[in-house]
Design a protein. Structure first.
Length: 90
């Protein structure tokens, strides 16, 4: 049985890089919340590799400074962070 994890999909540069990367404080909040999502998923699905049902689809998480989209693939035992959106600074 493998460990639950989270990762950027397709990769960190695509999700949080780019011409105007978000503030590091916001990225830290996204990663902290992703860790919490992994802990929750691993408690709910002790062996995700044998999961046979349908997943929840893409979901939205709000964190201080913005939001992000993620997808939990239970059979992969992975939470994929797909897109981050920091709020505009005033």
């Amino acid at each position: 049985m493998s460990e639950w994890r989270w990762e950027y999909d397709p990769d960190e540069t695509h999700v949080i890089g780019g011409a105007t990367p978000p503030p590091p404080v916001f990225v830290a909040e996204v990663e902290k919340h992703a860790d919490e999502l992994v802990r929750a998923a691993s408690a709910l699905h002790l062996d995700g590799t044998s999961f046979q049902g349908a997943g929840d689809g893409v979901q939205t998480a709000f964190v201080p400074g913005g939001m992000f989209l993620y997808l939990t693939i239970i059979r992969h035992q992975c939470v994929y962070v797909l897109h981050v959106t920091p709020w505009p600074s005033a």
